[in-house]
Design a protein around this ligand. Structure first.
Ligand code: SIN
Length: 533
């Protein structure tokens, strides 16, 4: 095992991790772990944009109220206000860095950049870079981070476990490098920016989203996890059984796209007066119901009534991707289906991204700040990444490196040897991952039931028992496998999600249980959970 010392260790190089690194560099020494895997997660694939109050016709209170309504009674209002109030300065920071946002060139423009609309927003407030905002952000932030002399960017390490000292404070991470060597990265402060847990499900909107590894690693150190049951399914992922996952941005509906059933009949006005621009939980459930009603594998998103040139200009990425799959979206309706997209729950943090474990921070999708409540409003997540990364940077700037920190506790997993795991183990790990995703999609998807949640818990326990041989290998120094470590974390987190979903005896936001179809009668409360071993 190779030991190294770091000041601030940031695990994850999406929008949140990169923003924090840039805001902290020059004040503290930053090590940023950004494995190649990070380019297949949520940030780079985000299409829509960033919600912020930018137009003079919009106002803070309106954005706050829209967020609270979408969150269905479970948002932390202080977190909502904090985020919305710091939106504009975060956008100005990005513009100064050179992010190529789409300009508004019309003569009656109220703001220099084009602002689009998405579900739940009562105003045009989404700033975007055509339909590839995440890519534009990552490219710009990464370019700056690579050039910064105070940022050490490591692509070869992946964290598999957090380290703790004898006081229970976080002290960095144990990592595996690309040569399968263990790297013990001791740090003064550790920040998780590892993304959400949509990878617990079969169908997702980005090619390889995180499976909640960061949440599970934090829970193992005693961090509180909050609101895990609120898993968001994006209503419109391209239905393309042979292709890789591809999102059709909500901005398509924002610019006038209409949802139709498989026979071409528009249905959203029957479900909600906001029709296609209702919050996502409502639209995803409506699509689910229509698919069941017509026994269809998908519904249709129709923009053929919009001008073809405008479609190509606003949605060049979506247009090109669909064309490459044999579909011209200017002429044909787009087959779409809901898919796992965003975890509203995660590591409970304060307004500076601090968890309840000393020296452990969490930012971005891995965190639960209270902003999203029971249902995240579109494009509030990139805003949250930026605002909380910047506020965590302020808190961390004040923190001093402390050479008197307590010693790190040796942990079982540190004793992994370097023996390679071999194809048989890898195959078993893949099979177990598929089985877990099948269980989660079947029992903890858009519509849940008491019976289904109980069956899901039982099936997961059975799967865990079936993995006994793998776990044994894990503890017997035989398998220093990243995949095995991820599987262990994912199964643990999936179990926690099912448990809190079962304990919520109501339907709220993204958690819909047909045995409790309405809100509960008591004051809505966030679910909090810690690891049960
Ligand atoms: C989208 O473009 O629809 C995704 C935006 C988001 O999830 O916030």
């Amino acid at each position: 095992m190779i030991h190294s010392e770091h000041d601030v260790l940031i695990i994850g190089g999406g929008v949140a991790g990169l923003t924090l690194a840039l805001e902290l560099a020059g004040h503290r020494c930053v090590t940023l772990l950004r494995p190649a895997q990070d380019d297949f997660g949520a940030s780079r694939w985000a299409q829509g944009g960033i919600a912020a109050v930018l137009a003079p016709t919009d106002n803070i209170e309106a954005h706050v109220q829209d967020t609270l309504i979408a969150g269905d009674g479970l948002c932390d209002e202080a977190a909502v206000r904090f985020t919305v109030e710091h939106g504009r300065e975060a956008i100005d920071w990005l513009i100064a860095l050179g992010v190529p946002f789409t300009p508004d060139t019309t003569t009656n423009a109220v703001y220099p950049y084009h602002l689009t609309r998405e579900g739940g927003h009562g105003a045009r407030r989404i700033i975007h870079a055509a339909d590839a905002t995440g890519k534009a952000l990552i490219d710009t932030l990464l370019e700056h981070a690579c050039r910064h002399p105070d940022i050490r960017l490591i692509e070869e390490w992946q964290a598999i476990e957090l380290l703790e000292d004898t006081q229970g404070h976080c002290r960095g991470a144990l990592c595996l490098d690309t040569d399968n060597q263990l790297q013990l990265a001791a740090a003064q402060d550790t920040v998780l920016a590892t993304g959400g847990a949509s990878g617990l499900y079969q169908h997702t909107t980005s090619p390889a989203p995180a499976c909640g590894e960061g949440m599970a690693m934090a829970a193992a150190l005693g961090a509180t996890l909050m609101n895990l049951e609120f898993q968001q399914f994006h209503p419109t992922c391209l239905y393309d059984p042979e292709g890789s996952p591809f999102l059709i941005s909500e901005a398509v509906r924002g610019e006038g796209g209409l949802l139709r059933d498989i026979h071409g009949v528009r249905f959203m006005p029957d479900y909600d007066e906001r029709a296609e621009l209702a919050p996502r939980d409502i639209v995803a459930r409506a699509i689910h119901a229509e698919m069941l009603r017509h026994e269809s594998s998908h519904v249709l998103l129709d923009i053929t009534h919009l001008e073809a040139a405008g479609i190509r200009e606003h949605f060049p990425t979506i247009h090109a991707h669909c064309l490459s799959r044999g579909l011209d979206i200017t002429r044909d309706p787009i087959p779409v289906v809901p898919a796992a997209h965003y975890s509203c729950g995660g590591i409970a943090t304060d307004l500076q991204g601090a968890s309840n474990v000393n020296h452990l921070y969490a930012i971005g999708e891995v965190a639960c700040t209270g902003l999203h409540g029971a249902n995240r409003m579109a494009s509030n997540s990139l805003l949250e990444c930026l605002v909380f990364a910047r506020s965590a940077a302020q808190a961390l700037r004040k923190g001093m490196s402390d050479s008197r920190r307590e010693p790190i506790i040796p942990h079982m997993e540190h004793s992994f040897s370097n023996v390679n795991s071999g194809p048989a183990y890898n195959e078993s790990i893949d099979q177990a991952f598929s089985a877990m995703r099948e269980i989660m999609s079947r029992y903890a998807g858009i519509v849940r039931s008491n019976e289904g949640l109980a069956a899901g818990e039982e099936s997961l326990l059975r799967l865990d028992r079936e993995c006994a041989e793998l776990w044994q290998a894990r503890w017997q120094n035989r398998v220093p496998s990243l995949a095995l470590s991820r599987l262990h974390r994912a199964l643990g987190l999936a179990g926690m999600l099912l448990r809190v979903a079962r304990e919520r005896h109501e339907s709220r936001g993204l958690h819909y249980n047909r045995d409790y179809p309405r809100h509960g009668t008591s004051v809505p409360t966030a679910s909090k959970t810690t690891l049960v071993t």
